[in-house]
Design a protein. Structure first.
Length: 289
């Protein structure tokens, strides 16, 4: 379970740098607070009982109380974030202003994206909140209440409308969530549908139908898409050859990687690297999965 807020506080803020390999050991959920994190660096995937979502540096990731979730890495970039936890009483005026239904819809979006200039503004706001929290004066909590509501309103008003990076299952299905997590850990081994079905104690035929119904794509399409996520990260963040990258993400050879890459991304891996890395044309939040 995430560490609860201290009984004598209504808000908690920290900045933390973790290794890229950091992964939550189990599904966890807060019982007494909302959470919000500004991602300074790193590329992450968070699993929930109803699917998963992906976020990168410059994004805001959010979780309401009682949402079971588990975060894992999707790149070798160290994970640094500013985490803000707060009780509902800190945002009562905001909820009264926009309405409970609108607030719940806003918080259930999970990930928000921003322009580069707005990322800088939101990062500065988070740093100012951290500084006020650490000053711990008699007035800090009241000041932080106003700062928090300003931050949330800024997110509401200034986020980009982009294709959602979340994969939402059509119903809560533990076997599919377990399968998705297993694939996230073992994609390099190119696991077969039969292997994953056995892992979640389902027959291959039933698992195949259930997977497609819940995820919206076939098992093989999803697995290739997962491999491509990691291939893109290696193309962006490393100087590894295309052949080594193919091996690292579980493709049989570089030719097969190139074929799948062209089919799904529209260009070759080498052109992707040239256009989007050397020319710096790929914002951290715009890769499509």
């Amino acid at each position: 379970m995430p560490v609860p807020i201290s009984p004598n506080e209504s808000i908690y803020i920290e900045r933390k740098l973790m290794p890229a390999s950091y992964s939550m050991p189990t599904m966890q959920a807060s019982i007494d607070h909302y959470s919000l994190a500004y991602i300074i660096s790193g590329d992450r995937k968070t699993f929930t009982p109803n699917g998963f979502y992906i976020y990168h540096s410059g994004n805001i990731s959010m979780a309401p109380p009682l949402l079971y979730h588990r975060t894992t890495p999707i790149s070798d970039t160290p994970y640094e974030r500013i985490l803000i936890k707060f009780r509902e009483e800190m945002i009562t005026p905001l909820i009264e202003l926009i309405g409970r239904a609108a607030f719940d819809e806003f918080y259930n979006r999970r990930v928000y994206h921003f322009t580069s200039s707005m990322q800088d503004k939101i990062f500065t706001m988070c740093l100012e909140m951290l500084e006020e929290y650490e000053s711990n004066t008699p007035y800090s909590e009241l000041i932080l209440q106003g700062m928090l509501q300003r931050l949330l309103l800024t997110i509401i008003r200034s986020h980009l409308i982009l294709e959602d990076s979340a994969v939402i299952l059509k119903s809560s299905c533990k076997q599919v969530v377990d399968a998705l997590y297993y694939l996230d850990c073992h994609y390099k081994e190119d696991p077969s549908l039969e292997e994953v079905a056995a892992h979640v104690f389902l027959s291959p035929t039933y698992f195949s139908k259930l997977f497609k119904k819940q995820v919206g794509s076939t098992y093989s399409t999803y697995l290739n898409s997962l491999k491509l996520q990691h291939a893109q990260q290696l193309l962006i963040h490393s100087k590894l050859s295309i052949g080594i990258i193919a091996e690292e993400v579980g493709f049989v050879n570089s030719n097969y990687l190139c074929d799948v890459f062209k089919k799904h991304i529209g260009i070759s891996p080498s052109k992707f690297r040239k256009l989007y890395v050397n020319a710096s044309l790929l914002p951290s939040h715009s890769t499509k999965y």
